[in-house]
Design a protein. Structure first.
Length: 258
């Protein structure tokens, strides 16, 4: 009989154990949002460690958004914004060497679904923000078409903002968490594609159709146009010669299939 193989047990730093213990109390609901943590002296006594170790554990909690401190007062339990969590998911996707193909296959499902929910829930304030976004993009497109130059990063930021407003309008935090890390990782490809293919007008036209459908609360039409928009993005990616099955960190540097 073959003996089972075990990995070496990881020994966490003591401050990390303090972090984990307090985090577990928060996640279990035994510490609620707004509750003050015990003093460093009290925590040190309870954990059987020195105050500097407790202080380092609390610093990690602050960095993660689980506690916040105002002035010299004791830290309070906080609720991290769900999009702060998603940014870590973006890094995780990079570390797992996901490809543009995987990213797009997820986006072509998530983005139309998000837009479809937004069509039934969007309010006038969000529609006004979308209209202002489109107006700003129109100015950039006209500048490009008249032979001028526009800041590619500024254009990509407008594109990103357009989709974020729609995501807010969908009023579904689970979908927002799912789409945000995917959306972030599209940004490097957009920066490469725009100057190479001059697709500014195509993006604007798609956004106008999506906006019109949202204003009419036409969920099927919104879904259809968002799906077309995502498919067009992939066509643009293919046209640049970027490698669709290459890890995203390589694709972000502009490496092609060759």
């Amino acid at each position: 009989m073959t003996e089972p193989q075990f990995s070496v047990i990881e020994r966490l730093p003591t401050y990390r154990l303090v972090y984990n213990a307090i985090q577990n109390e928060i996640m279990s609901g035994r510490l609620n949002v707004g509750d003050r943590l015990p003093s460093e002296t009290s925590l040190a006594e309870q954990f059987g460690v020195n105050r500097s170790t407790v202080r380092e554990g609390i610093r990690l909690l602050e960095e993660s958004g689980l506690v916040t401190r105002s002035g010299a007062g004791r830290p309070r339990v906080a609720l991290p914004h769900f999009l702060d969590l998603a940014s870590r998911a973006s890094r995780a996707l990079i570390l797992h060497s996901v490809t543009f193909r995987e990213l797009w296959e997820a986006a072509v499902i998530i983005e139309p679904a998000t837009a479809e929910y937004a069509a039934t829930r969007i309010d006038e304030a969000h529609l006004e923000r979308l209209a202002a976004n489109i107006a700003a993009m129109e100015e950039m497109v006209l500048t490009v078409e008249s032979g001028g130059r526009v800041d590619t990063d500024a254009f990509v930021s407008l594109d990103t903002e357009f989709h974020e407003i729609i995501s807010e309008s969908a009023s579904n935090r689970v979908l927002a968490l799912a789409r945000e890390p995917v959306s972030r990782l599209f940004i490097p490809a957009g920066r490469i594609m725009l100057p190479r293919l001059n697709t500014h007008r195509r993006v604007l036209v798609a956004h106008r159709h999506i906006y019109d459908a949202l204003r009419g609360h036409d969920a099927p039409q919104v879904h259809e146009w968002m799906k077309r928009h995502m498919e067009d993005f992939k066509r643009g990616y293919d046209a640049t010669g970027l490698a669709i099955d290459m890890a995203l960190d390589a694709a972000a540097l502009g490496q092609t299939a060759d």
